[in-house]
Design a protein around this ligand. Sequence first.
Ligand code: ZN
Ligand code: ZN
Length: 374
Amino acid sequence: MDGNEPAASNEHDARRQAVAAGLAPRKLDALLVAFSPNLRYLSGFTGSNGNLLLTPRRSILFTDPRYQIQSAQETACEVRIVKGPLAAAVGAAIAKLGLRRIGYEPARMTCDLFDSLKAKLPMRASLEPCPPPGENGAAGWVEELRMVKSAAEIERIRRSVETNSRAFEQVVARVKPGMKESDLAAELEYRMRRLGAEKPAFETIVAGGVRSAWPHAQPTAARLQTGGLVVVDMGAMQEGYASDMTRMLYLGLPGAKVKRTYRAVLESQLAAIDAVRAGASTARVDGAARKVLRANGLDRAFIHSTGHGLGLEIHEPPRIGKRDKTRLQAGMAITIEPGVYLEGFGGIRIEDTVVVTERGCEILTPTGKDLRLI
Ligand code: ZN
Ligand code: ZN
């Protein structure tokens, strides 16, 4: 938990000040945040039910009695404990403070909360979508702030990555043919918890044989067979921050096609990593991965984007895809994960978590990238 250390609360204060300073240019009197990762980012509060009303001078967190003790410890914001729906209390505060234009996060607020807030607003107040409609594909304001990580956040991501890789090594050493995919996934999640993670960052993917060609396969009761690829895609959530890694196992001795395809994916991943630096567009990084696969006749089997940002969420901006024009900035934490998926053969993906630097990137993932032979 990062809640109560002075450094962490300064971190949250600084973020709220950044939002407060951005209100006037957006012609807003306040921003209302209801989305948990954004709430946590701005206030330190980790509960599941909360609304944060930010004005240039006030930060008020509304939550329910279950979080009375927790919120007092986690956040330096003014806390209002509300019995019943939060919207009524938020509406009353908006009226009392005389706020007129209240920004909200359209991609992050339920219709239900929007409607009840609207019903509770004083006559002259309005809810303003932020970002405004028409800013196509724009990341939310808070998400944009979240893209570039502080040194403290990068250290948390690094610890999450290390836990994840340690769990992988400890479990892979004991993998044998005949083991169930679901047992392997369970072992990985158990080990990451024992090593310091709060939980997995997403449902661990373990898929053997031809099912490795499903990029988001869920583990089944199928047993790992000799003569088959196994994809392992796993991530830890530690101190609130995600890690993400994909590695490939092979049970037995791989044939020429497996080796050739693996080499192409690895070269593609290395080329994309090489293209990462502050100022490079995300499309360019994606293009570097695609170019290598094209040269190997595999580009049509690469059916997703090259990577994504990660932090308080496992998937957050920027996306590293064909049509994404975000310029990378030093301090962004992203994944690089090209893959190819061939029906009837299997899939191969290799994924690291990296941090963008001025001149390139730092690869956080310490795990070796050879095909693991079991
Ligand atoms: Zn992954
Ligand atoms: Zn990923």
